[in-house]
Ligand binder design. Sequence first.
Ligand SMILES: CC(C)(COP(=O)(O)OP(=O)(O)OC[C@H]1O[C@@H](n2cnc3c(N)ncnc32)[C@H](O)[C@@H]1OP(=O)(O)O)[C@@H](O)C(=O)NCCC(=O)NCCS
Length: 258
Amino acid sequence: MTREVWEAVPDPSARAVQPAVLGSLLDDPAPREGRFGVWRIATDHVDDATLDAARAWLDDAERAHASSLVRAELRRAYEIAHGAARRVVGAALGLAPEQVVWGRHACPGCGEPHGRPRAEGADLEFSLSHTPGQVLVAVADLPVGVDVEQHPTDPVAIAGVLHPRESSEIAAAAAGTLDGGRATVRFTRAWARTEAYLKGIGIGLGRDPHLDYLGTDAAPARSVGGWSVHDVVVPDGYGAAVAVAGPHAVGPHAGRPR
Ligand SMILES: CC(C)(COP(=O)(O)OP(=O)(O)OC[C@H]1O[C@@H](n2cnc3c(N)ncnc32)[C@H](O)[C@@H]1OP(=O)(O)O)[C@@H](O)C(=O)NCCC(=O)NCCS
């Protein structure tokens, strides 16, 4: 079968990624094979003493940002995500969490230092994502992006931000003319896959999310622009994905929807 280059192709042999659960931020995360790993933390399971310990690891910029977050659940998720990232990245580098120094890669869109986050002096890539209730941290030898999202209340109203084919699939699911998943689940799948990919590239939403087709169906892995994008298993009410650069990864190409 000939495949059009603009068509994202599901890999039927691939499985969704099952993240390791970081039960306590005070436990050392077990090393992951080939330094690729995804960790999940349920923010409600972090007790006050552990959160206080994690807060003590944060640098001045992280503390200042946390204090600027008015909603307590957003502040909690931010602090836990940054504490967990320090724990996971530090463990991979042989450093204590508070010794990790964050930096940024150059943005592939404009060259300014606000691209993918990185740990200074480390040959390790990482990505983090937080939403009320859930945090994910991914590490890899190659550029990586991870995203976790809560289900929206009205997916059809916001589906226009996605690729035109994805928004059609969501509208069809809501209208009952497409089997294989509710509109809410389909929206979150496509959005998490797209954000994971754009965070992996390092441009984030500086690249229009309606340009890339990642799909809304249950295929647990897709390839786009030379990246491999996998769903991550998270509790009901959430969707998540991780994107890892492949050997032929490309930059933030502009243009018509692929
Ligand atoms: C990155 C982005 C997609 C985050 O989305 P989100 O769903 O709100 O938040 P998430 O929790 O999933 O991810 C947040 C984390 O992504 C990471 N991140 C931030 N910018 C990033 C980038 N350019 N690439 C990859 N990761 C990035 C950070 O670790 C951030 O954590 P922090 O906010 O706690 O410091 C969004 O903030 C974005 O696109 N920012 C850049 C937009 C832009 O216009 N850039 C300029 C291009 S010239």
